[in-house]
Write a protein of this length. Structure first.
Lengths: 157, 81
């Protein structure tokens, strides 16, 4: 028998989940040091987005996304010591997420925080938010680029 | 806040594993050396505060993302190539 737990959430109501899905964040998320346990929830089948839901505070949940979907070279452009922070030691393959900010009323202006990704160790069921201070990444990287963006790959500049 | 006065080359020890040394003082700037275990993140406070603020913003993202779904999945796909 798998032990089940009930968690209260503002967005999804009361959820019944396997206890094995708990992910401990010993330090909390940055700015939220008191919430030390979260669960990952699918946003919707097929959606690239997931939710990191606190099991202690019903209203605390973050939309998260694999940063490699936003920047396929996300890891390659990191300085080596920072790459190690997010790729783990040899043999471990942590889950990597970036926190998404969605301005209310203007979802197309959504941004992802590439400076402070969330790293989850699947085996240990622990997670933490790391700071890539020397990466050059920002907290507000646009998700949906404008069609005419000069920074697109085929730009002539 | 605990306040201690230190000169250049003097240090303080926090717990058993963290030592903070004043390496030099020049103009209005102080150079600080920190010895801490590798698993303990050491960052400038401004960057930590920037991320805390962004997390707070992110936690306020709207509850209902339904109308986003298609925009998002189609918006993201081209950039993964």
């Amino acid at each position: 028998m798998t032990a089940m737990m009930h968690i209260q959430t503002t967005r999804f109501g009361e959820l019944e989940l396997e206890e094995g899905r708990l992910i401990q964040f010993p330090e909390g998320m940055i700015g939220f040091p008191d919430d030390k346990a979260f669960v990952l929830l699918e946003h919707r089948p097929g959606s690239p987005f997931m939710w990191l839901q606190s099991t202690e505070t019903p209203e605390l949940a973050f939309v998260i996304v694999n940063p490699l979907l936003i920047r396929s070279d996300y890891l390659e452009s990191l300085p080596p010591q920072e790459r190690e922070l997010v790729t783990g030691k040899k043999g471990q393959v942590p889950l990597l997420f970036a926190v998404v900010t969605i301005p209310s009323g203007d979802p197309r202006k959504m941004t992802v925080n590439l400076l402070g990704p969330v790293v989850i160790d699947v085996q240990a069921k622990t997670g933490r938010q790391v700071i890539l201070a020397n990466s050059g990444y920002r907290t507000q990287h646009p998700v949906l680029q404008e069609e005419s963006s000069p920074s697109s790959q085929n730009g002539a500049q | 806040m605990l306040v201690l006065t230190r000169k250049a080359d003097e240090s303080i020890t926090i717990g058993n594993r963290i030592t903070v040394t004043v390496l030099g003082i020049r103009g209005g700037q102080v150079r600080i050396g920190i010895d801490a275990p590798r698993d303990l993140p050491v960052n400038r406070t401004e960057i930590v505060e920037t991320i805390a603020r962004e997390n707070l913003e992110a936690a306020r993202s709207p509850m209902d993302l339904d109308d986003l779904n298609e925009t998002l999945s189609t918006g993201i796909k081209p950039k993964t190539t």
